[in-house]
Ligand binder design. Structure first.
Ligand code: SAM
Length: 238
């Protein structure tokens, strides 16, 4: 199934399809859903419905004002994902990055500090080669950095804990190539209350990114899918 467009359907990559207001990925593990999402065949190929209200990456793809494909990593590359959770976004990212049996030879290093999440991710990894779940703290590179001997071109963070921007900047300095794409999902409620309101917080984060060697390419409001969240899409300049 090559890239194509018709009135409703747009292929954002070889495996990610937008169909009107719905998002789908070509299922790398046919007949198996990951989180209860629907499975559907398009021209004989099975896709899984990507629920943007359960995935900040999915929400950002729906909300970006640019060509959404720019938010995706190149298929078959190594990427780093901090704050993997139960693997909702990870599973769709894996469909795109690796494909069935990891024919594309992608590598998705997924870090989370919750043992329960790791159990689910480890189970998922059995049928999704290329997915490398790691029980670890996004701030403690020494414990897992060895898994990434080379820098990556795409780094995603969704840790929903205080100090999100500092964790992101430090990780990008260590693991993201110059010119690489960094995506920071920022949850306002996870930061300490400054008394100045959410917009002031998002402005301060944007300013910090811009003065720390990143070009902020887009600030994507996720409200509607994920209230009080913004996704900052940056390019590493130094
Ligand atoms: C909002 S959930 C992630 C959801 C996931 N990104 C998705 O879209 O499917 C945030 C996750 O970050 C993890 N987390 C919080 N602080 C962390 C840290 N310092 N290092 C690694 N993971 C962390 C939590 O355990 C939780 O699973």
């Amino acid at each position: 199934m090559g890239r194509y467009n018709n009135r409703r359907k747009t292929m954002l990559s070889w495996a990610v399809m937008k169909d009107g207001r719905a998002l789908w990925t070509m299922n790398a593990v046919p007949k198996r859903a990951v989180y209860g999402e629907s499975l559907r065949s398009f021209s004989g190929t099975e896709f899984r419905r990507w629920d943007p209200s359960r995935s900040k990456l999915g929400a950002a793809i729906m909300r970006t004002r640019r060509d959404p494909s720019w938010l995706l990593p190149e298929e078959g590359t190594d990427v780093l994902y901090l704050g993997a959770g139960h693997g909702t976004s990870i599973s769709h990212l894996h469909d795109h990055l690796c494909g069935q049996h990891n024919d594309l030879k992608g590598r998705l290093v997924a870090i989370d500090l919750a043992p329960r999440c790791l159990r689910e991710l480890t189970h998922m990894a059995k049928s999704r080669p290329g997915l490398v779940p790691v029980l670890g703290d996004a701030r403690k590179h020494a414990a897992w950095g060895v898994l990434l001997p080379r820098k990556v071109d795409w780094l995603f963070q969704d840790v929903a804990q205080a100090g999100q921007v500092d964790i992101f900047i430090t990780a990008c300095r260590r693991f993201l190539n110059r010119d690489g794409t960094g995506l920071l999902s920022l949850k306002a409620a996870s930061e300490r209350w400054t008394g100045e309101g959410e917009e002031a917080l998002f402005d301060a984060v944007e300013n910090k990114l811009a003065t720390s060697g990143f070009e902020v390419e887009e600030r994507i409001e996720l409200t509607g899918y994920e209230d009080n969240h913004v996704l900052f899409a940056v390019r590493k300049m130094e």
